[in-house]
Design a protein around this ligand. Structure first.
Ligand SMILES: N[C@@H](CCC(=O)N[C@@H](CS)C(=O)NCC(=O)O)C(=O)O
Length: 218
């Protein structure tokens, strides 16, 4: 049995959840798990992050590793093309989005969402590195109509959860959406949001965010 553990505001949790729903794989979910450096959570998640996927009770970490496992173990409704180079292209897009766009923008989240303050040096570094990542993503993204081409892939699951967060964080931290120059992005994200799996995950994210904001006001 599979159990996805994390919470509905986490973009990485939501990437895996969309993949599971799109593939039609049965799973249970514990959406009350938060990142933590406490021994109890570290015993389940080696870096204390979310999500993890429990497979017959044993935890597997890292959303990309989890999704690759799901492809291997549940080949139905594949989220990768068959041809090796086309598969590599999907992975290339995911790596650029996650390592060179989301992970770079993540350094802004404390200031953008949690009232922290970044040094000028960090802001400059993020702006510079993000420009490189966005340029790379723009060069690779196809939007025809899916990000890697004619079929829905795991790169779409990643794009849907990461890119709106990057837009929001850069708008809040820099006063400018770092992805605004990618004209097809908004209609593409809207198209994905009309798919039932994506819509469900998005609705649950909004509800969880509203609940977190209400709890913070108390
Ligand atoms: N590379 C990891 C990233 C997961 C990640 O950063 N999750 C965030 C929540 S969205 C987290 O656990 N943050 C807490 C931390 O980094 O300690 C993955 O793909 O699963």
């Amino acid at each position: 049995m599979l159990r996805l553990c994390g919470f509905h505001v986490s973009n990485y949790h939501n990437k895996v959840r969309i993949a599971l729903l799109e593939k039609g794989v049965a799973f249970e979910e514990d959406a009350n798990c938060r990142p933590s450096q406490k021994d109890e959570w570290l015993a389940r998640s080696p870096l204390g992050k979310v999500p993890i996927l429990e497979v017959d009770g044993a935890g597997l970490a890292e959303s990309q590793v989890i999704c690759e496992y799901l492809e291997d173990a549940y080949p139905q409704r594949p989220l990768y093309p068959r041809e090796p180079l086309a598969r590599a292209r999907v992975r290339e897009l995911i790596a650029v989005m996650e390592l060179h766009v989301e992970l770079v923008a993540r350094r802004l989240y404390r200031e953008a969402f949690f009232g922290g303050k970044l040094s000028d040096e960090t802001r400059q570094e993020v702006e510079r590195d993000l420009a490189k990542g966005v340029r790379g993503f723009k060069a690779l993204a196809r939007f025809s109509p899916y990000v890697a081409g004619s079929d829905l892939t795991l790169a779409d699951c990643a794009a849907f959860v990461h890119l709106p967060l990057v837009s929001l964080a850069t708008k809040l931290a820099f006063g400018r959406d770092a992805l605004e120059e990618i004209a097809p992005l908004k209609p593409y994200l809207k198209m994905l949001g009309e798919r039932p799996a994506f819509a469900r995950v998005n609705e649950d994210r909004k509800a969880a965010q509203a609940a977190m904001a209400a709890a913070a006001r108390k």
